[in-house]
Design a protein around this ligand. Structure first.
Ligand code: NAD
Length: 471
């Protein structure tokens, strides 16, 4: 934990054991915040906000750009920590760090372009519209992107002139602290950003009950997001909610199949499928369904599953013991409902017996009633069903209350246009799986949440408007 420039140790505090998911071995004992620690973090955030809102755009920008530089310099150390804590392969952890550094660079630029406007008024009158930082932010980060998610929340708040308290995941604490260290070493005043760990429900209730906090940013499950929105409503706090998805993939008979397979197999099993924008429900037009499912399954079965630190591994373990348990239950339920296994379907594949490994899994002909067709699996599972018509495909894509990421593969330009219009989703990839970027808003619709991170919109989400009319 890091509050007001002080690193707090375990003395007198409960702890959480941090585990390497590839081996099951303990990495560290993490001290958890007491109520007094959280009060101190709130006081610090109030003080840090008074200071940072007055900082020049150039100073905010310098800190973010400096941190981006340090992250790149420290890439091997930080990526290795993320792999040890979360399980993803080292190349994936490096990629996550590069994305986080690119976002800091982008916000370093945007922080210098927070423009207001002057309204046209009669002579002698001045009406200004100003953008101001919303205030101290409480941010809750999930375990699946232990570098990138804290960076997203820190970068937006710091660029906008807010102070922030982050609660990264207790499962992967050091990764977030490394990002924070880069900001502090680049000159961020220590009272602008604090980092606490704890029992999530206790921490969020405590922070959200305080009038100091003016904005809540959360990435995680729909259920927890709705709970936090209710708590935020009590204090009329602004919210940004990124609550996961159930990514539909529509593959039409005229698609470039080998390109689709290359992109989708890699994207599906990235981070062992524990990604909110993971492609999950594959609807394949009937003429190519059997062939696509067979080739996808053959490629999935060949993936090398192992410790993320091992250069030969193409997919790491799941991040915690809850995930293989959950995926096993999803698969059993789908089989009972009538689905067939084309690849995987069981734990294992890893090199260490104590690791939380699950084989890359492909289920075909999955009935709509199966639980996994309705709830986010958050694991290495691809679900396949055939479709006949465009209308049927779109209806299926929009069937669930989620709306985060969707993917379509077709070489027909007119159809591509129509798909872009018809699919209810915050992000759509047409013949691509690259649906994000530092300059591009990231967020969902419907139960997948509201508000955007990244892009100019990520910074805007930490700003409020004030109009001043002066005669
Ligand atoms: P969970 O729902 O208990 O927790 C999800 C995240 O929210 C975790 O980071 C957790 O620390 C945090 N959290 C939980 N209760 C909280 C509270 N009261 N206040 C503040 N934070 C709280 O489940 P989990 O087992 O950690 O993850 C399972 C599910 O969460 C997945 O199946 C997936 O649907 C979702 N998830 C989504 C994302 C995403 O990127 N949108 C990331 C991680 C997990």
């Amino acid at each position: 934990m890091f509050i007001d420039g002080e690193r707090l140790g375990a003395a007198g505090r409960a702890t959480h054991r941090v585990i390497n998911p590839a081996t099951g071995a303990a990495l560290a004992e993490l001290p958890l915040a007491t109520a007094a620690d959280l009060d101190r973090a709130l006081d610090t955030a109030a003080r840090g906000f008074r200071r940072w809102r007055a900082a020049s755009a150039a100073e905010r920008s310098r800190v973010l750009a400096g941190a981006a530089h340090l992250m790149r310099e420290r890439i091997e150390r930080i990526a290795t920590i993320a792999t040890l804590e979360e399980g993803k392969t080292l190349p994936e952890a490096r990629g996550e760090l590069h994305m986080a550094a690119a976002l800091f660079d982008f916000y370093a630029g945007e922080a210098q372009r927070i423009y207001g406007r002057v309204l046209v008024r009669p002579a002698g009158m001045l009406s200004r519209v100003m953008k101001e930082p919303v205030g101290p932010v409480a941010a809750f980060c999930p375990w699946n992107f232990p570098i990138g998610n804290p960076a997203r929340k820190l970068g937006a708040a710091i660029g906008a002139g807010c102070s922030i308290i982050i609660k990264p995941p207790e499962e992967a604490p050091r990764s977030a602290l490394e990002v924070l260290d880069c900001l502090l070493d680049a000159g961020l005043p220590p009272d602008v950003a604090s980092c606490v760990f704890g029992v999530p429900d206790q921490v969020s209730r405590h922070l959200l009950a305080s009038p100091v906090i003016r904005k809540v940013s959360f990435t995680g499950s729909v259920a927890v997001g709705k709970h936090l929105m209710k708590l935020a409503a009590e204090g009329s706090k602004r919210t940004t909610m990124e609550l996961g998805g159930h990514g539909p993939v529509l593959i039409f008979e005229d698609a470039d199949l080998s390109k689709a397979l290359d992109l989708l197999v890699a994207h599906k099993f990235r981070n062992a499928g524990q990604v909110c924008i993971s492609p999950t429900r594959f609807y394949v037009q009937q003429g190519i369904y059997e062939r696509f499912a067979k080739e996808f399954a053959a490629r999935a079965a060949k993936l090398n599953v192992g410790d993320g630190l091992d250069a030969a591994s193409q997919m790491g373990p799941m991040a915690n013991l809850r995930r293989p348990d959950a995926i096993e239950a999803f698969v059993a339920d789908a089989l009972k409902a009538g689905a067939r296994i084309a690849a995987g379907g069981e734990r294992g594949g890893g090199t260490h017996r104590g690791g939380y490994f699950f084989r890359p899994t492909v289920l075909t002909d999955v009935p709509l009633e199966a639980r996994v067709m309705n709830e986010e699996p958050f694991g290495p599972v691809a679900l396949m069903r055939p479709f006949k018509t465009f209308e049927e495909a779109v209806e299926q894509a929009n069937r669930l209350p989620y709306g985060l990421a969707a993917y379509c593969f077709t070489e027909n330009g007119r159809r591509a246009l129509q798909l872009g219009d018809a699919i209810e989703s915050g992000m759509i990839g047409i013949n691509t799986t690259m649906i994000g970027g530092a300059d591009s808003p990231f967020g969902g619709v419907k139960d997948s949440g509201h508000g955007s991170e990244d892009g100019p919109e990520g910074l805007e989400a930490c700003l409020v408007l004030k109009s001043i009319h002066q005669a």
